[in-house]
Write a protein that binds this ligand. Structure first.
Ligand SMILES: [Zn+2]
Length: 73
């Protein structure tokens, strides 16, 4: 029982790390393009935190949330 809980916890930690890396990559890309993309938009998935630049995807590649659920940030 306890080892099962631990394995779920570590899976979440890996996922969280990947999410952080993704957010960092988006932030860096945004800074790099700042000169010519003043109105660049980012869309945040409220369910899993996935961020898509420019346009929300038809569905979230991480959690399959619909495009209309994405929030512009
Ligand atoms: Zn999502």
């Amino acid at each position: 029982m306890e080892s099962h809980a631990k394995s779920r916890c570590s899976t979440f930690a890996i996922y969280d790390e990947a999410l952080r890396a993704r957010l960092c990559a988006v932030a860096l890309a945004t800074v790099a393009q700042e000169d010519d993309t003043d109105d660049m938009r980012l869309f945040l998935c409220p369910t899993c935190g996935h961020i898509e630049p420019n346009l929300p995807p038809a569905s979230c590649p991480i959690c399959a949330a619909r495009a209309e659920q994405f929030v512009q940030v």
